[in-house]
Design a binder for this molecule. Sequence first.
Ligand code: ADP
Length: 196
Amino acid sequence: MLNIVIFGAPGSGKGTQSELILAKYGLVHISTGDLLRAEIAKGTEMGKFIDSLISKGDFVPDELITKLLQQKIDEHKENCNGFIFDGYPRTVAQAVTLDRILDEIDQRVSFMLDLQVDESELVERLLLRGAKSGRSDDNLETIQKRLAIYHEKTAPVEQFYQHTHRYNAVSNNTTVANCFNQIKKIIDHFKVQKIG
Ligand code: ADP
């Protein structure tokens, strides 16, 4: 299996690049943000609780995220080429949990793709997305909070993958196609090296 962590600040293009990767390589996309928004759409008490956190830009508790993640992995593990993890791990503790969950099914994270975008560009892209999609967390105040949390809690996850030699930086200041070209090279190189 090929298991990719797609990483980067909010607005760095993880969702867009994930779609391109899964179309070409047949992986299953696990976006914790999408899983949470699906819970919100159900209108349950749990969904309302999640909504109150997400709209403020706060993290959802680990226990809840781990349960959603585990369910999705269990659903697909027997019949897929691998996974793209998008929005997870967001903390070093979550990175450790992901290694443990994958180890239980004799799998591991193959590597991380870290999408790098200048901060001013990120804010512009998120405001544009908010105007189009109406996502409650894509307003200036919440965007700034999410970026601050990203720098404090999420950026250290990079080092976790660097130390275990599973890190790749990808510049996404350019076009969608240019970014995807860089990603294809990394994936194809990995496949030749490790899978053959
Ligand atoms: P973005 O990467 O643009 O912030 P996501 O769709 O990945 O968007 O996540 C939206 C929100 O969902 C986050 O701001 C957070 O509140 C919540 N969330 C998503 N993934 C996680 C996670 N792994 N741990 C805790 N909260 C999460």
